[in-house]
Design a protein around this ligand. Structure first.
Ligand SMILES: Cc1ncc(COP(=O)(O)O)c(C=O)c1O
Length: 359
């Protein structure tokens, strides 16, 4: 048996990498300033009471995602939502099938929980699409959990609902579940519905982080069928008491003004994706499907390993991307669209200059 993973090297890198002026490394939209919302200190009063499973925030999530309050488990960001969901669903030695490439902490958490991790490939060409046939090939009757991200991190690819249903049917055949990290899904416009509606096999996680610019709130959640949600709440009692209550209160206010929080973000992302698509199509050294949804894309560079590109970008152009080795594909890199457009245009210019230098 291989050793359990006890840390996320990617997360450590993401937190402590040198900062640059043009951070195409971002997978979030610009931070939303809470002082744009009508709130006073009274709204945040800590009254000393204990608020287990704080209902008001779950009511707002229930309304926005069209599920029952009882199906919602609160967590610190999608990160802890993923961990809690996995900790509830994985017993040591269980076979867990995870997409490749994927968000590295998901792999780490599965290993930490003692899972036997197996992988299935996203279809690199043309756009890292989800292929239920490939999942079927890698599945066995010992598979207990299938995990994907949708939108896919790093590529931004949106899974087709029929393919998600097919995954659900595959899982049901062997009494497994499908965990879908939907932290980027709300970037799709018009909004795509959560896979939590597709059947009891589906467990979905999300937060106010990526698309809403409210990562500081750490407001995350899990959507699961009610008895499973109850098991998650009970397990969570081992990890902590309640959520940070002021944050829950702020999250309620954010949900009450969610259109204002989103504001111009979908338009900005659409504009930046178009700029990126025009940029990429004009470059023979990049291979990537046009970005249609989301906050990130994952082009392949013909110049070799992209750590070299990132080092050059940082040293010479005060700009950075995420090297593909963090997604097990070192000749790709991830680029984020969540910058104000003027800044994004300048960043693209610098990326173009760096690519030219290394040609
Ligand atoms: C797929 C995925 N899930 C979860 C997270 C973390 O989300 P949160 O900040 O809500 O914990 C990230 C952040 O990069 C991510 O890419």
């Amino acid at each position: 048996m291989t050793d359990r993973i006890m840390q996320s090297d990617y997360m450590h890198w993401a937190k402590f990498k040198p900062s640059v002026r043009y951070a195409l490394t971002t997978s979030e939209v610009p931070h939303f300033r809470m002082d744009k919302l009508p709130l006073s200190l009274d709204d945040l009063d800590l009254d000393g009471a204990s608020h287990p499973r704080y209902q008001p925030v779950r009511e707002r999530i229930a309304e926005r995602y069209g599920v029952a309050v009882e199906q919602i488990v609160s967590a610190d960001g999608t990160s802890m939502a993923n961990f809690l969901a996995m900790a509830t669903l994985i017993s040591p030695g269980d076979e867990v099938l995870i997409e490749q490439p994927t968000y590295e902490p998901i792999l780490g958490a599965a290993s930490f929980l003692g899972a036997k991790v197996k992988r299935f490939n996203r279809a690199v060409a043309p756009d890292f699409g989800l292929d239920p046939g490939e999942v079927r090939r890698q599945m066995t009757d010992r598979t207990r959990l299938i995990i994907i991200t949708n939108l896919h991190n790093p590529s931004g690819s949106l899974a087709d609902e029929n393919d998600l249903r097919a995954l659900g049917s595959l899982a049901a055949e062997v009494d497994a579940r499908v965990l879908i990290d939907e932290v980027y899904l709300d970037a799709v416009s018009p909004r795509a519905r959560t896979a939590a509606h597709l059947g009891p096999e589906f467990v979905c996680t999300n937060s106010l982080t990526k698309v809403y610019g409210l990562s500081g709130l750490r407001c995350g959640w899990i959507l699961a069928e009610t008895p499973l949600a109850e098991r998650m709440w009970r397990l969570n009692d081992l990890f902590g008491v309640n959520q940070a209550h002021q944050s829950e209160r702020l999250a309620c206010i954010a949900f009450d003004h969610i259109d204002g929080v989103l504001s111009e973000t979908p338009i900005m992302l659409e504009r930046n994706r178009k700029l990126f698509n025009a940029f990429a199509i004009a470059r023979p050294d990049l291979k990537v499907a046009p970005a249609v949804h989301g906050v990130t894309a994952f082009p392949q560079w013909t110049g070799g390993e992209t750590d070299r590109l990132n080092d050059h970008l940082r040293d010479r152009y005060d700009t950075a991307v995420v090297p593909g080795r963090w997604f097990e594909m070192p000749q790709h890199f991830r680029i984020g669209f969540g910058l104000q457009t003027a800044e994004f245009e300048e960043a693209l210019k610098r990326l173009g200059a760096a690519l030219d230098d290394l040609r």
